[in-house]
Design a protein around this ligand. Structure first.
Ligand SMILES: [Ca+2]
Ligand SMILES: [Ca+2]
Length: 272
């Protein structure tokens, strides 16, 4: 069945440019007071999804943005709502949400992700089990690539990181990059467990930057989604399951645990 994935997208609150419709109407019907009426809505801020309107008492009021009156958008401005409907833009989405104010649908409607809605298959139990295996392997391979590139042009890794990665790179038992069957990945993890410890810490450190506080918020996890397109339908579920104490943040301990790193190998000193 089709399931909407709750996203790791952090909403950028953008001001929506909406013409002050109330001003125009009243300007025409009350010609002696144009300046006064203009000022009523000027500097009067309404929250997202609402626009200023001058009422009969000439007082500014916030009313719902009529989605049909939103400025027209380009294709790339389309957004997907948590109702799995594509909206032409943020103005239309938040205008619709405002009109549904006070209803369950209104409370549940949020921005899911930028872009038109697409089919995101349900992540099965089998896939979610495979996910850490594939991701761990992928992290290790990224570091190997960085290391190789650093031979010609340095700058991808710091000196400290390069020293750490060198040991993995030069290990003859290292599994070459490729699309390996789960069984092989599992076998390699058991045999060469120590090679995976640093890459898992390294990725945590890369993501924990806004702010650097040893926990990953939803918005800090967002960049991973873009990098892991083939597995993206499992990311949401994976991270929900990683967040053991359900505080909506993934700590280093929770992160490492998710990737099968043993308690005694979780080390804050590896975050560099
Ligand atoms: Ca953080
Ligand atoms: Ca947590």
């Amino acid at each position: 069945s089709m399931k909407t994935a709750a996203l790791l997208v952090c909403l950028v609150g953008s001001a929506l440019a909406i013409p002050k419709a109330g001003f125009v109407t009243l300007f025409l019907t009350n010609p002696p007071f144009p300046i006064l009426l203009l000022d009523a809505c000027r500097n009067f801020h309404c929250k997202r999804g609402k626009v200023c309107h001058v009422d009969e008492q000439e007082q500014p009021r916030c009313i719902c943005q009529d989605p049909a009156a939103c400025p027209s958008t380009k294709d790339y401005e389309h957004v997907c709502g948590t109702d799995n409907k594509t909206y032409e833009g943020l103005c239309q989405l938040f205008g619709t949400k405002c009109q549904l104010d006070g209803t369950k649908m209104g409370r549940q409607l949020h921005l899911d992700y930028m872009g038109s809605c697409k089919f995101i298959p349900h992540c099965t139990d089998y896939e979610v089990d495979q996910f850490p295996l594939r991701m761990r392997d992928w992290l290790k391979n990224i570091l190997m690539q960085y290391y190789e590139r650093d031979v010609d042009t340095s700058g991808f890794l710091t000196e400290k990181q390069r020293n750490k990665v060198k040991k993995i790179y030069e290990n003859e038992k290292r599994l070459s990059a490729g699309d390996h069957p789960v069984e092989l990945l599992l076998y390699d993890f058991e045999k060469n467990y120590h090679m995976y410890v640093y890459p898992v810490h390294w990725q945590f450190y890369q993501l924990d930057q806004h702010p650097v506080d040893r926990v990953l918020s939803h918005s800090e996890l967002a960049p991973l989604r873009a990098s892991l397109v083939p597995m993206e339908h499992c990311i949401t579920r994976f991270f929900q399951e990683c967040d053991g104490d359900q505080d909506k943040r993934v700590s280093l301990k929770e992160w490492c645990h998710c990737f099968g790193i043993k308690r005694e190998d979780i080390d804050e000193n590896l975050l560099f």
